[in-house]
Design a protein around this ligand. Sequence first.
Ligand SMILES: Cc1ncc(C[n+]2csc(CCOP(=O)(O)OP(=O)(O)O)c2C)c(N)n1
Ligand SMILES: [Mg+2]
Length: 437
Amino acid sequence: MSTPGNKYDGRATRVIHPASANVPAQTLHFPGALNSKFTAEMKFQNPAENTAMPTYRIMDADGNIVDNTRDPQSAPNSEIISWYKNMLTVSIMDIIMFDAQRQGRTSFYMVSAGEEGIAVGTSSALDPEDVCFLQYREQGVCIQRGMTLKELMSQLFANKDDVGRGRNMPVHYGSGKHKIFTVSSPLATQIPQASGAAYALKLQRMMDPEKYKPRVVTCYFGEGAASEGDFHAALNIAATKSCPVIFVCRNNGFAISTASLEQYKGDGIASRGLGYGIDTIRVDGNDIFAVREAMREARKMALQGNCRPILIEAMSYRVSHHSTSDDSFAYRAKREVEEWKRRDNPITRLRKWMEKKGIWNEDMEKEARASIRKQVLQEFSAAEKVKKPSLKFMFEDVYEEMTPNLKAQMEELKRLIETYPKEYDVSQHEGGIKSLS
Ligand SMILES: Cc1ncc(C[n+]2csc(CCOP(=O)(O)OP(=O)(O)O)c2C)c(N)n1
Ligand SMILES: [Mg+2]
């Protein structure tokens, strides 16, 4: 007779007629729901009767520790200060780049105000060899993993130093060196890719544990992206194939103009993790310690035994407009945004904690802000002046060698530029028209 448990051992089908098998009906387990007990009470489960999943925090909005079992000092002061500076860097760069777009110096930008703690906190708990898939509001992950301002600015200006060779819209960062897959515009693309990458890492290690160390994949996305079919496919395959992937959902209350209340009826995104049989936690995204500790624990759990996926739903509020193409005051009250800014924020919360601890003060704050601002502006104006990538790059990288039809297209482009030089100013591109030879 089959026994209750998570694993279906195939024997239940053999006891379809319990009477003939001489076993009581109560012990029969359908293969589709092994732990379900029989009941004589007909009751439709109503999700509204369940209490909402709680939101874990270590530190309250005033910077006081509320979970004394978790010492935020698991990291030295210098490291905590470095997270703080990384959050400040994201925030200062955001303001400068948003304004730069308004001045027509870049085409597009996306701000992560209010969500700096999620990006920096989660990635502070990762190994440099772990692999990250981002959505687009996670500049903090790039900075925490060591991408330089020069690298970020080169992407934003699509100049010749951009590792993506200027092929993507601004904020679509990627870096092989930092194990960050390039951001994709179509929502949720990265989620099944992350499950697949985690499965690959697991298989690699199974085949050669000497050569490959345990690694996880982290996958960031917004609650809006979780409405895509790809989200569901990704969670299900990760659960059924026990992939070491940590899904980090930033629930910031909006998918552009659609408020989360209009996006779903269930208990946030966390309830969906449980539906797929995935260990899930909801955390306060304004609390960098909670986010980091949840990630540290998730990483351990993901790599235990046969591996498994984890879902972290980090709660926050999108303080900024969706992007430079959006005016959020068309669909939400300015007062509401101001209220959130004033009430809670991952940066001011950590600052309060550091000040209480005596490791930060007003002078250090001023000094840090001024020096970060200076560095951002320096890299900004340097990157803006660098030449654009060679035109030839348009035809490279898909095939190892350029195919005859690509060569023909390149020649045609050269002919057009030569015929209409006033229409096509290619002097800004490295090598100019010569690169097409
Ligand atoms: C497949 C697809 N549909 C629609 C869009 C347009 N779009 C870009 S961002 C976005 C909202 C995403 O919201 P969320 O995932 O919550 O992330 P947030 O912007 O809040 O960080 C939408 C609808 C898109 N990029 N791709
Ligand atoms: Mg959102």
